[in-house]
Write a protein that binds this ligand. Structure first.
Ligand code: ACM
Ligand code: ZN
Length: 787
């Protein structure tokens, strides 16, 4: 029988906010948090007598002042004319917009705002800075400002007296949208740009081409629009189970943006200080091109545009055929004429080289160019395209695979398979943009899949996004300057409608907006959630279909070295919603104790915790077995890396006392993709040890297999390890159930150790009978229990 011994509530962390992390006074809730803000006394009131003035004759500033005046008007306020300031206006109550070219200390995108009872003065060096100042002004005004097309109903608009000096931490603050897997209308693209700019982000990465549809008009190649833009409509079927187009079936799902529409959107974005970066995928994710022009493949086809995914996708552009480069250069020429962006994104990700290995033209190219392998052939492809892009005075970005086989001379790397690509690029003196899956993929679940619409997988909670640090600590200051910023990615396989895109993007993109704008030192999860409460009111007025977040209790543990005790920490994404819990395995009820501070734990048990709204349990309670063992809270040295898609609690995950469920996405399982688990637990001093047990998960339909063998060894000094002990798997990888398998080892009597090394050998690649045959497979571990 498990028993749970716990002390009554330990007030270990007094619930007091530090100075500067309080929810902003005077009800001010600005997101992203400004660099410097000082509140004053009183308010400035805007009414029909208020002047909106522009200092000097400046068309750009006038346009921005009009954005402010129009919003007041369209939200039900008075109609106020914008005009140039004269000497006589000097002492009148006014909102003044001014460009200060001599603003020496303020960065280009920064602004200063000074609101007193008599005047509002917004200054910046650039239009972008003024535009961001206007976004701050909107957030300072009452929430009515976020309503649209109200009748003239609100006569007075109050702005609190405040002084703000603000500028971004990173120059690149982006959001991506995939319009190939699902097509989104032009109106939604504009709304997406509105959301980007509202939170002071400045880049829209438009993923315009992919296997499932070509989405940009290219005049020279009409079949891209006639054939490449359409696939057979299987919207009623799950994404991964859609059959390819059959003889006689018509391709009716899709569409593309005309060049006029593209120009309109680019201008719409520019008016909001958002740069649109187009992405044209190559050499892979391009079967829709091959459906239209099979001569650009290695095999000559025929191909159809797939209505869903198939994997691996071996049909990619031929790298040995010069006409492929002519085609791409023609396409890019039209693209560059439409997009003033300095950057052009060329994809470069996930190119399966199967066909290149067999294609005489590709092989001939490798020989002629002295390329050692197909990775170098991909590098050749990308370098050749970069040369063309540079010749047209643009710069190239690619996904981090462009590092393989040698980076193109001036390429910027978008690091998505973790942050390693960004680190490697920065160390080679190249710019990088961070968009690692485990923090920045907003197509992943944002809460327990049991309560969420179907998503692609993974789990990226709001808190996780908010915890992202784009600049890796291991970079030198010089290398760190190459980290331009970060971006949230919205891949659309599981996002069929604009409303659903909003649900997946918001509020996670707002958390990321703060990560890339506000100083690192200003980041505070509690404070952010308080400020977000005001944003949700505004988003509701804008009818944004944002996610209401999870009502799931988060369970964590913390080890106190001094007292050698483990504390249970409960939390959630919600503010001010009571969490009730039990520790004895009984279900949580409205009468169970309410959590208020960390609780000390001294034995095994089952933690159950849930959020209660109006006295009712809101979502299924979180349930977690806790094992109280010798390794709990002890540091772990990792000799191999876990995947950032399934890090669980990171470096403490395997010694936090918490065991995972059969749901591999429960946040307790640590995943290793293709590689082994190899780590050393440091018990702090040499102590008697009896046994060690690691659990592993099998869920072969999710490509998760048990290890082939687990090896345990002991050491007293961390140098010499004794008695490598092996536990072999006797269960077939084919076993179709989802189950947890313990790997136990009993040490010899009187064994002692300070260090315990655990090695679990990954099956490596999915077996030949498996749908992922030859692809790296997963190894999933939770707690390593030492007794
Ligand atoms: C990617 O997610 N394939 C860049
Ligand atoms: Zn080829």
């Amino acid at each position: 029988m498990r028993c749970f011994i716990f002390c009554c509530f330990f007030l270990l962390v007094p619930f007091v906010f530090q100075a500067g992390t309080l929810p902003d006074s005077n009800g001010i809730s600005i997101v992203p948090k400004p660099v410097m803000m000082k509140t004053g006394a009183g308010q400035f009131v805007i009414n029909r007598l208020t002047l909106i003035l522009v200092e000097g004759h400046d068309e750009e500033v006038t346009k921005i002042a009009r954005i402010f005046a129009d919003r007041i008007r369209y939200s039900g306020g008075p109609l106020i004319e914008v005009r140039e300031m004269t000497k006589e206006d000097k002492n009148l109550p006014a909102v003044v917009f001014a460009r200060k070219l001599q603003h020496s200390t303020l960065p280009d995108e920064g602004y200063e705002l000074n609101i007193t009872t008599k005047k509002v003065l917004l200054t910046a060096k650039t239009g972008a800075g003024l535009f961001y100042g206007v976004q701050t002004l909107f957030q300072l005004l009452p929430a009515d400002i976020s309503s649209h097309n109200l009748p003239m109903s609100r006569k007075e608009w109050e702005l609190p007296a405040v002084r703000i000096s603000d500028y971004p931490r990173y120059p690149y603050r982006g959001m991506h949208l995939d319009v190939s897997r699902h097509f989104f209308p032009k109106e939604f693209i504009k709304r997406y740009i509105d959301l980007i700019s509202m939170y002071k982000m400045n880049t829209f990465h438009w993923h315009l081409t992919d296997d499932n549809g070509w989405r940009i008009e290219i005049k020279k190649y009409p079949k891209l629009m006639q054939i490449g833009a359409w696939h057979v409509d299987h919207e009623d079927k799950p994404w991964g189970e859609r059959p390819a187009q059959q003889e006689g079936e018509r391709a009716t799902y899709g569409g593309y943006y005309s060049q006029d529409e593209i120009r309109e959107i680019v201008q719409y974005a520019a008016d909001r200080y958002v740069t649109v970066i187009p992405e044209i995928e190559m050499p892979a994710h391009s079967v829709e091109v091959l459906a239209a022009y099979p001569q650009f493949s290695c095999t000559r086809g025929p191909f159809t545009v797939p209505p869903g995914s198939y994997w691996p996708n071996i049909d990619i552009l031929c790298a040995g055929n010069d006409s492929v480069f002519t085609f791409m250069e023609d396409v890019l020429t039209e693209v560059m004429a439409l997009f003033p962006s300095k950057y052009i994104h060329v994809g470069g990700d996930e190119a399966d080289k199967t066909n290149w290995k067999k294609c005489p033209k590709c092989q001939e190219r490798m020989k002629a160019e002295g390329l050692k392998n197909e990775k170098e052939l991909q590098s050749y492809f990308i370098k050749r395209i970069e040369k063309f892009i540079i010749s047209k005075n643009h710069k190239m970005i690619g996904w981090d695979e462009i590092l393989e086989g040698g980076l193109a001379p001036e390429a910027t790397v978008m690091s998505w398979r973790g942050i390693e690509g960004g680190i490697a690029a920065a160390r080679q003196g190249h710019d990088a943009i961070m968009t690692p899956g485990s923090y920045c993929y907003f197509d992943y679940y944002q809460a327990d899949p049991a309560n969420e619409p179907k998503a692609i997988g993974g789990l990226v909670t709001l808190k996780k996004v908010y915890s992202f640090e784009p600049t890796p600590g291991e970079l030198t200051a010089r290398e760190a300057r190459h980290i331009l910023g970060a971006q949230g990615n919205l891949w659309a396989e599981f996002i069929p409608t604009p409303a659903h895109a909003e649900y997946m993007a918001v509020p996670r993109m707002i958390a990321l907006a703060e990560v890339v704008w506000s100083p690192k030192s200003a980041r505070n999860w509690t404070d952010f959630r308080h400020r977000m409460a005001a944003q949700y009111v505004r988003l509701t007025r804008m009818k944004v279909n944002y996610s209401k977040g999870s009502f799931k209790a988060e369970v964590n543990t913390e080890f106190d070295k001094k007292t050698n005790s483990v504390r249970l920490i409960l939390g959630s994404e919600q503010l001010d919603v009571p969490i009730r819990y039990t520790l004895d395995g009984n279900d949580v009820k409205p009468t169970s104790p309410e959590y208020s501070a960390p609780v000390e734990i001294k034995g095994n048990g089952v933690i159950k915790a849930g959020l209660f709204v109006d006295g009712q349990l809101k979502e299924k309670a979180t349930e977690m077995p806790l094992i109280f063992h010798l390794g709990i809270g002890k540091p772990v040295k990792y000799l191999t890396s876990y995947s950032d898609r399934y890090p669980a609690a990171g470096n403490i995950a395997l010694t936090d006392g918490l065991r995972g469920s059969v749901n591999h996405r429960d946040g307790l399982w640590q995943g290793y993709l293709g590689n082994d688990l190899d780590l050393i637990i440091d018990l702090g001093r040499e102590i008697p040890v009896n046994s060690v047990q690691a659990n592993f998960l099998q869920n072969q339909r999710s490509w998760i297999f048990l290890p082939v063998v687990v090896e345990y060894s002991l050491s007293s000094d961390g140098k010499k390890y004794h008695s490598f002990n092996e536990v072999l798997t006797s269960i077939s990888p084919k076993e179709d159930q989802v189950f947890i398998q313990p790997f136990n080892f009993q040490f010899m009597a009187n064994s002692k150790a300070r260090y315990i090394r655990v090695k679990a050998k990954n099956l490596g690649k999915c077996p030949s009978w498996h749908e992922g045959a030859g692809e790296p497979c997963w190894l999933f571990a939770d707690e390593i229990v030492v007794f």
